[in-house]
Design a protein around this ligand. Structure first.
Ligand SMILES: NC(=O)c1ccc[n+]([C@@H]2O[C@H](COP(=O)([O-])OP(=O)(O)OC[C@H]3O[C@@H](n4cnc5c(N)ncnc54)[C@H](O)[C@@H]3O)[C@@H](O)[C@H]2O)c1
Length: 434
């Protein structure tokens, strides 16, 4: 198969590289010339474990290339994937479809022969029909179908998720498009991963429903954590106790500083908006959004408590600022709410993050970036564990406590325990929900 992938962000690049690894010929397109320049120089512009080696392998095999020339990539492709961003539209919470529709129109002008135009971006119900209309209007001669193929990969484990998905969802309007999609994903059929073929609207809805459900699960345990603190229960035990129930499952039950990232915040906002537009308010999702915001504020209060009520003049070492480990993605990371509040309150903030500096420098002005957690803790008043990178999971707490001005820790990921921290010499340890 010949595939054009429009947009080489976290989703487009991973999808393009993985499709080429399936054996397809893939041309990845981006309008960001510097990104394409880096890709053509063999450099992966994002941090995603294993992606550089997989990319090099498939470029060397002649199956994968990168260009800014959308028309050349689309010419002769059997499937064109739209994997551009759908951020929250300023002001109203809607998914901003500007990039998707602009890509659709560009694609329309370049179509030659029968092509399936596949939307991989997360888009509101009805968008695939809009894409179809826009293409037909721009190029009435075009022979094409549309398909919805939402993506479920997680940053940090993206290759594994793409190659071994829980399911692939494909929304189509006819058998011809379904056949092209089946051909693209055939390697997964052979490995027995379920492929769910639906209508366009259901496929679009599945993606939002999945993300809203996961955001709800996280927010539920975060709310339970707050109550645990009041009643003297330990949310880790509670999560384990409920997660062992097969109907509940143990994933996404880790209490923490609230969900963030490139998907949950914008997708929950968009779903709430879709509900309002259809006079069917999504009350659970709307509440989840509100509670999640409150969770982040509660984390700031924990940090304030650990510093006897004031940030002013305090030195704080923050470990981890990306929205989760194994990514350099800072979009909607809880750190972007928490760290500026500390600085605004007069604290000196040192930050250590294995991959976050390049993205984070512009977003977190006024912090001091450091490489070593122990150096960051030197003479500090507090260590805040914010993102659970592996590098922070087995710290020598004794060594850390010895270096600090006042050995205190706020552990927003519950990696350590009060007992272990106190034994190592910490005079104060505050976790979440314990
Ligand atoms: N990031 C994730 O973990 C994830 C997971 C599942 C689904 N999604 C969805 O996938 C979509 C893409 O997300 P992302 O995180 O990869 O976005 P991103 O912002 O990282 O990348 C989008 C890329 O598209 C490029 N682009 C925009 N318009 C273009 C055009 N007309 N032609 C060529 N290139 C163009 C941009 O330059 C950018 O490089 C979103 O809808 C998102 O909701 C993301």
């Amino acid at each position: 198969m010949r595939i054009a992938m429009i947009g080489t962000g976290y989703v487009g690049l991973v999808s393009g590289i993985c499709f080429s690894d399936f054996g397809h010929d893939v041309i990845c397109v981006d309008k960001d010339a510097s990104k394409i320049g880096r890709l053509n120089a063999g450099e992966v512009p994002i941090y995603e474990p294993g992606l550089d080696a997989l990319m090099a392998k498939n470029v060397a095999a002649g199956r994968l290339s990168f260009t800014t020339d959308l028309a050349a990539a689309v010419d002769g492709a059997e499937a064109v994937f739209i994997a551009v961003g759908t951020p929250t539209r300023r002001g109203d919470g809607h998914a901003d479809l500007t990039y998707v529709m602009a890509a659709a129109e560009e694609i329309a002008q370049a179509l030659t022969g029968y092509t399936v135009v596949v939307t991989k971006s997360t888009v509101p119900v009805g968008t695939n029909r809009q894409v179809k209309q826009a293409i037909a209007k721009t190029n009435p001669q075009a022979e094409f179908d549309v398909a919805s193929n939402p993506e479920f990969l997680r940053e940090g484990a993206a290759i594994e998720d793409f190659m071994k998905p829980d399911r692939v969802v494909v929304g189509v309007q006819n058998a011809r498009a379904a056949e092209v999609m089946a051909e693209i994903y055939r390697p997964l059929y052979l490995r027995d991963f379920p492929i769910l073929t639906t209508d366009l609207e259901s496929a679009e809805m599945i993606k939002y429903a999945a993300n809203a459900f996961l955001a709800t699960k996280i927010t539920f345990i975060n709310e339970v954590a707050g109550l645990c603190e009041r009643v003297g229960a330990d949310v880790k035990e509670v999560a384990r106790g409920i997660g062992l129930d097969g109907r509940i499952g143990n994933k996404f039950l880790h209490a923490g500083p609230g969900y963030g990232g490139s998907c949950f915040p914008k997708d929950t906002a968009a779903l709430a908006r879709i509900g309002q537009d259809h006079a069917f308010p999504m009350r659970i999702t709307e509440t989840v959004i509100r509670v999640n915001d409150e969770v982040k504020s509660r984390m700031v209060e924990k940090i304030r408590d650990a510093l006897d009520g004031s940030f002013n003049g305090k030195t704080i070492a923050v470990l981890g600022v990306t929205f989760k480990p194994n990514t350099d993605d800072m979009r909607e990371a809880p750190s972007l709410t928490i760290v500026p509040t500390l600085i605004g309150g007069g604290a000196r903030v040192r930050v250590v993050d294995p991959q976050g500096q390049a993205e984070g420098e512009a977003l977190l002005p006024g912090v001091k970036w450091m490489d070593d957690p122990y150096q960051a803790a030197r003479k500090a008043d507090l260590v805040v564990l914010l993102t659970e990178w592996n590098e922070f999971r087995a710290l020598d707490l004794k060594q850390m406590a010895r270096k600090m001005e006042t050995p205190r820790m706020v552990d927003l990921r519950n990696i350590y325990s009060e007992k272990a921290a106190r034994k190592a010499g910490f005079e104060c340890y505050i976790g979440v929900g314990r």
